[in-house]
Ligand binder design. Structure first.
Ligand SMILES: [Zn+2]
Length: 258
């Protein structure tokens, strides 16, 4: 769920990002034989299902949808979030469901018991609405992580996605995957092919994230034609387009990184 950042939040986020990069912990070695591109959708707006998932499927590929169960069925300016009854549909259509917390908080503002209870609640939500699905990967709301929870998060998830805009290559922190946002204006979103060209030239793992997929997107979304163009461009350039979890399997990353 988008929210405008205050300058204080932006500063706190920047400092946290820097500290996390330098905190010890296992790293994964991202050296795929072929470049990998992953498309992810956060929250998740219903157009990410009706338009986004459909576009990926038309190309014969699948995406990762980081769902916050507490948002399901709610309406916000410019978008409606998928209903609980649509969560299972994404899984049935072969897409990956990831965890995005239940209540979509600023994670660093929560103490550990509150945070972990929130994560448990999202797991329970998915157990009810997408039986048999395990949420293996996590994305921080607002891409804003929290210090001091690496061990617990890595015990729960294979990866956590953060917002530092870069390609994952070589030694990579699974607790803080880098990712590139697809957002308006459309003229800008269409230039994101440069990231695909970059990963195609030197294999690594490029993760995109966005929200609604609409001809009139919110400031956090993408137009259908542009998403279609980006997926097509990745495939034309010889990239494998994989879900988060399939990408980890392709790179033989162990199920848990403790
Ligand atoms: Zn979100």
């Amino acid at each position: 769920m988008p929210e405008l950042h205050s300058s204080l939040d932006a500063l706190a986020r920047k400092v946290t990002h820097r500290l996390i990069w330098h905190s010890p912990g296992p790293r994964i070695d991202v050296r795929p034989a072929r470049p990998i591109v992953t498309f992810t959708f956060d929250d998740v707006p219903d157009t990410a299902l009706t338009a986004g998932a459909t576009i990926l499927e038309r190309h014969g590929v699948r995406g990762t949808f980081y769902i916050a169960g507490g948002l399901a069925g709610t309406t916000e300016p410019g978008r409606r979030l998928i209903g609980a009854d649509q969560v299972g549909e994404l899984a049935d259509r072969g897409h990956e469901l990831g965890c995005h917390t239940f209540s979509h908080p600023w994670v660093r503002r929560l103490d550990k018991p509150t945070l972990f209870a929130d994560l448990d609640r999202n797991a329970a939500f998915h157990a009810e609405h997408a039986p048999g699905v395990t949420l293996k990967n996590f994305a921080y709301p607002y891409n804003a992580p929290k210090l001091g929870i690496r061990g617990e998060m890595m015990a729960r998830y294979r990866t956590c996605r953060g917002g530092v805009p870069a390609i994952n290559r070589g030694k990579t922190d699974p607790a803080f995957l880098r990712s590139i946002e697809i957002r308006p204006p459309d003229a800008y979103a269409r230039t994101l092919t440069r990231w695909i060209d970059d990963v195609a030239a030197e294999p690594g793992w490029l993760i995109f994230f966005t929200h609604d997929i609409s001809d009139t997107p919110t400031p956090f979304g993408c137009m259908p034609d542009t998403l279609d163009m980006l997926v097509g461009h990745a495939l034309e350039k010889g990239c494998e387009v994989l879900t988060l979890d399939a990408a980890l399997d392709r790179m033989a990353v162990p199920e848990r990184n403790r």
